[in-house]
Design a binder for this molecule. Structure first.
Ligand code: Z5A
Length: 214
């Protein structure tokens, strides 16, 4: 993996369970980075490239059937393409890349949720993802609150959203454990607060991080 100290640009990821409010936060962060005069590259996972968006369809299709191993490998197939096609070139030219989810989601959903070995995921991270985010916002909210927000949108549930409560509890617990293990990279934000408070806190934390980096 390329050490963070030699990268001209940087990678910021937004993580959280269902209905944590990633979309609202993404917009606030995007404005805040652009206001600093940075080139901002927005992306999402799985997706962000032509191949990645096709893989996303396959992954989220509510009528699809995928083994846990297939699901994990497809997440990393999309990520391998995204890193090589979008993330690495953007970072090399000094851009700020803002991604809606990255490898922490594989640890949380496929590791915590599905029970796949964390060691296998870590090995895929080294080989296929090549890069860790420089900064990760974990929007943490109770599973039932997040699910009711996500489900109140009225859209059809995708394949992963249709999982049971205990699956999402394991996802949340894994995210929190990872954040505790890497306090320098993670910023955990209480996403049960109002959207304005969550956005305000995230923007302040980003600003502190950028000031420290400068
Ligand atoms: N996945 C995986 O398994 N492994 C991986 O490696 C990766 C992903 C990368 C697609 O992700 C799925 O892929 C996802 C994880 C899995 N699985 N699921 N399920 P996605 O990010 O595209 O989809 P999502 O997580 O389902 O997004 P989401 O439910 O839309 O979450 P969100 O973006 O955080 O929520 P939102 O759209 O910002 O807000 C949801 C609703 O809540 C909306 O009506 C808001 O107005 C409302 N909201 C937001 N914030 C608040 C606050 N603070 N208070 C009250 N209401 C709020």
């Amino acid at each position: 993996m390329m050490p963070a100290s030699v990268r001209p640009g940087f990678l910021v990821s937004i993580e959280g369970g269902e209905g944590a409010g990633k979309s609202t936060v993404r917009e606030a962060l995007q404005h805040s980075l652009a206001a600093r005069g940075l080139e901002v590259v927005l992306t999402r996972e799985p997706g962000g490239t032509v191949a990645g968006e096709a893989i996303r369809q396959l992954l989220l299709d509510p009528s699809g059937k995928l083994a846990a191993e297939t699901e994990l490998l497809l997440m990393f197939a999309a990520r391998a393409q995204l890193v090589r096609e979008v993330v690495q070139p953007a970072i090399a030219r000094g851009a700020a890349v803002l991604t809606d989810r990255f490898t922490d989601a594989s640890f949380a959903y496929q590791g915590g949720g599905r029970g796949i070995s964390m060691g296998i995921i870590a090995e895929l991270e080294r080989w296929a993802a090549l890069i860790k985010p420089d900064l990760t916002f974990l929007l943490d909210v109770g599973v039932e609150v997040g699910l009711s927000r996500a489900r109140s949108r009225g859209a059809e549930l995708d394949r992963i959203e249709s999982e049971q409560l205990d699956f999402f509890e394991r996802v949340r617990a894994t995210y929190r454990t990872r954040a505790e293990a890497e306090p320098t990279r993670f910023r955990v934000v209480d996403a049960a607060q109002s959207p304005a408070l969550v956005s305000g806190e995230v923007v302040r934390l980003l600003s502190d991080w950028l000031d420290a980096r400068a």
